[in-house]
Design a protein around this ligand. Structure first.
Ligand code: ADP
Length: 395
């Protein structure tokens, strides 16, 4: 019988799968609530239940005998989290914090109160209000979006119908999902500041990274962000630590940022959004940092001392493997291993056990070292190779 406390994870995606690795090392038993049989994390966490995370009874069964519950995604209804907390399960991050990662409208309101720099924004209820806000702008549904689904750049009133219909559909017509308008930020690049925070208040900040999205999906990360002004990097880390402390976040907090230029031509930061779980922009830490974000998430939610977020090398590059238009199954990813591993013995490969559907995140590669251009070439080649985007080319 296991004597260590069991950690329940809600959601069977790749983030839960990657939490399993440090859980093995730390001797921490995991229990998984998976949305379907055989999903990414269900392949590697034997103590599992398949069920609906929107159902409180299922959540109670999944967390019974568990000391702590944490998440692979932020979609568990906030009121269910409050009910679990009332039952005596340590919900980490707790509902009072997680709600700001669940609802972009509440997140903007709270960040405004904290004085965190944000794009100009307003919740809008009608197309007229969007026009009054000003076009072009970005419209987002406040709940339920991910990977750019739920985000629209709108340039004319004709474009606003889709976001309003999406909000209506996502909220099942009860108005729980609203539409948030934001100024269309002309950013220089996107950055991400990741911190871990434990219930006792210990915190660790990873170096700020540069992230490139394609079609709203994180594609490439360079750690640390090249040519980032040291004051701006320190400002981003301090901001993330302050948000984590003020909101009472436990576990990983990722603060997605835009780097912009202020009226005086100086670099400045705006917060795009918050995630309270291991984040795609932190996958580089698995190989490029002394303690990965997944391990620090587990340590934080279990209130264990945090590990060093220190980089192992001057540079780490992460490139996501996205399913290409050709499609394919898990086997075709496995078939990519001989070439990728033989070409680059220092390549670190992370595959999620998912079929290669177009645009779907199915894995990522990490490389770390001294020569950024070399790392970029190697990581991009490997990711394209796995995705089947290199055709018959073998070099
Ligand atoms: P998701 O929750 O789906 O990841 P985000 O709010 O992070 O959605 O938006 C996805 C991407 O859309 C961002 O990474 C960024 O590239 C772009 N984006 C979001 N908000 C804005 C904005 N206000 N101005 C310009 N681009 C934006």
């Amino acid at each position: 019988m296991a004597s260590a406390p069991t950690l329940a994870i809600i959601g069977g995606g790749q983030l839960a799968r990657m939490m399993a690795q440090p859980a093995i090392a730390l001797g921490l038993p995991l229990r998984l609530l998976a949305e379907a049989e055989g999903v990414s994390a269900a392949q590697v966490i034997p103590d599992q239940l398949v069920g609906d995370y929107r159902d409180l009874g299922t959540l109670r069964t999944a967390t019974s005998d568990c000391a702590v519950v944490t998440f692979d995604h932020e979609h568990v209804p906030t009121e269910h989290l409050a009910a679990l907390a009332a039952d005596g399960v340590a919900v980490r991050p707790g509902p009072d914090a997680l709600v700001y990662a669940q609802d972009k409208g509440l997140m903007r309101e709270r960040l405004g109160e904290l004085g965190a720099p944000c794009p100009r924004n307003a919740v809008v209820a009608t197309p007229d209000e969007v026009e009054a806000f000003g076009l072009p702008c970005v419209l987002k549904i406040t709940r339920g979006g991910y990977d750019g689904r739920g985000v629209w750049v709108v340039r004319s009133v004709a474009d606003v119908a889709e976001p309003f219909a999406a909000a209506e559909a996502a909220g099942h017509g009860d108005g729980a999902v609203r539409v948030l308008a934001e100024e269309l930020v002309d950013f220089r690049r996107e950055l991400s500041a990741i911190v871990a925070r434990s219930p006792s208040g210990q915190a660790a900040a990873y170096p700020v990274v540069q992230t490139t999205q394609r079609d709203g999906i994180c594609h490439e990360v360079i750690a640390p962000a090249p040519d980032l002004a040291p004051e701006l990097g320190a400002q981003a880390q301090a901001l993330a630590l302050r948000i984590a402390g003020e909101l009472g976040v436990t576990g990983i907090l990722a603060v997605e940022l835009f780097e912009t230029v202020d009226e005086q031509g100086r670099p400045a930061l705006l917060v795009n959004e918050l995630a309270m779980r291991p984040h795609n922009t932190g996958h580089w830490t698995q190989d490029g940092a002394e303690t990965s974000q997944f391990e620090n998430h587990l340590r934080a939610v279990m209130d264990l001392p945090l590990g060093a977020p220190t980089p192992r090398a001057p540079w780490t590059v992460m490139v996501n493997i996205l399913g290409g238009s050709a499609g394919g199954d898990v086997g075709s990813l496995y078939d990519g291993l001989p070439h990728a591993l033989a070409r680059d013995p220092r390549l670190r490969v992370h595959l999620y056990g998912k079929d290669l559907r177009p645009g779907r995140k199915v894995g990522h590669v990490n490389v770390y070292g001294d020569d950024l251009d070399d790392l970029l070439e190697r990581a991009r080649h490997a990711a394209a190779w796995f995705a089947g985007d290199l055709g018959d080319e073998s070099e």
